[in-house]
Design a protein around this ligand. Structure first.
Ligand code: SF4
Ligand code: FES
Length: 206
């Protein structure tokens, strides 16, 4: 069976390949689709929903949806633009804007979002020292899961996890998992909000 397929994005007839996600298919056609939790990974985490499109009429995260023959995808509609802006404003309200420019800020700038209409919700959450030299600013964590995936990719599966549900959700790190500085650096680099950093001093509070 051929790996080629044809599909439609906002009335554009496109070709793609089996094994691609819808987001990858759009990018390979030169379109820029907002996304955050995917990061540099092939598929996304389905968490931020910034990449939402209507797939055969239903809202779906395009970073996890496999491209299929005859698929009809709508992306550039007023309703979806409003949805993406609202989602982005909620993310900005979650982590605030007081630590310089982050990847989240850059995505907001690309989408023309200057301010969030939502009040900052997590400012009272703690900053704590995790295993090794890692410092976690829980108030800036949007639970995107990129650090989990970076740890898995670096051979430290299970080192970091988003645990709990609803308002009890939080980032947790397992100090029993062996991890070196290169791996810690990769995990910190994967964070799009600045919620993680490495503290070179080994003493004192973060
Ligand atoms: S610490 Fe950063 S990468 Fe990890 S879940 Fe939170 S925002 Fe995402
Ligand atoms: S990039 Fe698709 S849900 Fe986050």
């Amino acid at each position: 069976m051929s790996g080629a397929l044809s599909w439609t994005l906002d009335d554009r007839r496109l070709s793609g390949s089996r094994g691609m996600t819808v987001l990858e298919g759009a990018e390979s056609a030169g379109l820029s689709i907002p996304h955050l939790c995917r990061g540099c990974f092939k598929t996304g985490g389905g968490r931020c929903r910034l990449c939402t499109g209507l797939i055969n009429g239903r809202p779906r995260a395009t970073c996890i949806e496999p491209l299929a023959e005859g698929m009809r995808v709508e992306f550039d509609t007023p309703e979806l633009r409003t949805l993406r802006r609202t989602l982005l404003e909620i993310l900005l309200a979650q982590c605030g804007k007081d630590h310089g420019t982050t990847e989240l800020d850059a995505e907001a700038a690309r989408m023309g979002v200057q301010e969030s209409a939502f009040a900052r919700a997590q400012a009272c959450l703690p900053i704590e020292r995790g295993p090794g030299q890692i410092v976690i600013d829980h108030a800036r964590c949007i639970m995107c899961g990129r650090c989990e995936r970076a740890a898995d990719a670096a051979g430290a599966a299970g080192f970091v996890r988003v645990i709990g549900r609803g308002e009890g959700r939080r980032l947790w790190m397992d100090d029993q998992v062996q991890i070196d500085n290169a791996c810690l650096g990769a995990i910190v680099a994967a964070c799009p909000t600045g919620a993680l950093r490495l503290d070179q001093s080994t003493r004192g509070k973060p």
